[in-house]
Design a binder for this molecule. Structure first.
Ligand code: SAM
Length: 245
C-alpha cells in the first residue's frame, strides 16, 4: 500500500502534534486525507513517524504520531556530488535524480567553463529552490535523510573540503583510467566525493589542481555524456560499489 510521506521537521516522538501552513494544506487539500487516514512524516534526520490524521480544520491538521522508526532505506555509502551549476531545468532534474539515488550532499560548483552567473542573492534563492526539489524527491523515494544542498562554491574551496572523504573522484572525458577501474579500489571506502564538470568540461588547469589534491580523474567510456547524465551514471556506479560488504 502506498504511504504518503511528508517532510516536517518536528520532534520524532509519539504524541499529538498540530501542523499548520503548507503541511496542513497538503494533508487536507492536496492529499485529501480524512480523520483516521494514515501517512508518514519524516524529520529528514533518519526518523520516520507513522501517523494518522485526527482532525482537519481550515488551516490546522491535528495529527497523532503513533510510532517512530529509523528505516534502513538509505544507501550505505555517503556520496557528495560536486557538480558545476547547469542551466535551469537541467540542474533541477539532476538534483531530483541524485536525491532519488540517495546522494547525501550536493555541492554546486562555479568552474571556469560554467555558463551560469550567480550573484549573492541569486545564490541563496537558487539554494532554497534546490532544497525544495530535494525535499520532494526525498519524500517521493521513501528517503528519511534530507541531503545537504550547499551554497555554490569555487572548485578550490570544494577541493579543500574534499579531504574529509575516503575517495575523491573526478569525471573527466580525457582521463586515461576508467571509473570501473578506480571503483575497484573503493573496498574500504564509506564516503566519496564525485566531481562533474559543465558542458564545456573542466579545463586542464582545473584537472591538474584536482589531481594535486589527491583526486583521481576517470572516464566513463568513449561517449561524451551531458553533465547531468554523467553525474547520475557516475553516482549509481560508485553507490553500487560502496554498498558492497
Ligand atoms: N568538453 C567536453 C567536450 O566537448 O568534449 C565535454 C564535457 S561533458 C559534456 C560535461 C561533463 O560531464 C564533463 O566535464 C565530465 O565531468 C562529464 N563527462 C561527460 N562524458 C564523460 C565521459 N565519457 N567520461 C568522463 N566524464 C564525462
Amino acid at each position: 500500500m502506498h504511504v504518503y510521506r511528508l517532510y516536517v521537521p518536528v520532534q520524532p516522538k509519539v504524541g499529538i502534534v498540530s501542523l499548520h501552513g503548507d503541511t496542513a494544506h497538503r494533508l487536507i487539500n492536496v492529499l485529501r486525507l480524512r480523520p483516521g487516514d494514515a501517512f508518514a512524516l519524516t524529520d529528514g534526520k533518519g526518523n520516520e513517524m507513522r501517523s494518522r490524521l485526527i482532525k482537519a480544520q481550515r488551516d490546522e491538521a491535528l495529527v497523532e504520531i503513533y510510532e517512530v522508526t529509523q528505516p534502513s532505506r538509505e544507501p550505505k555509502g555517503h556520496i557528495c556530488l560536486a557538480i558545476t551549476v547547469l542551466k535551469g531545468e537541467r540542474f533541477d532534474w539532476l538534483i531530483q535524480k541524485a536525491v532519488e539515488l540517495g546522494v547525501r550532499e550536493i555541492l554546486p560548483l562555479l568552474t571556469r567553463n560554467c555558463v551560469v552567473r550567480i550573484s549573492r542573492d541569486d545564490s541563496q534563492r537558487k539554494q532554497k529552490r534546490w532544497l525544495s526539489i530535494a525535499i520532494s524527491a526525498m519524500e517521493q523515494s521513501g528517503g528519511c535523510v534530507l541531503p545537504i544542498i550547499h551554497e555554490p562554491t569555487s572548485l578550490s574551496e570544494a577541493l579543500a573540503r574534499a579531504k574529509h572523504f575516503d575517495a575523491r573522484i573526478m569525471l573527466h572525458e580525457g582521463a586515461e583510467r576508467a571509473l570501473h577501474q578506480a571503483v575497484g579500489e573503493l573496498v574500504m571506502a564509506k564516503s566519496a566525493v564525485l566531481f562533474v564538470g559543465p558542458e564545456g568540461g573542466f579545463d586542464d588547469a582545473e584537472v591538474e589542481e584536482a589531481v594535486s589534491h589527491g583526486v583521481v580523474a576517470v572516464n566513463l567510456g568513449r561517449r561524451i555524456l551531458r553533465s547531468e547524465t554523467a553525474a547520475i551514471v557516475g553516482t549509481a556506479i560508485i553507490l553500487h560499489h560502496l554498498e558492497k560488504p
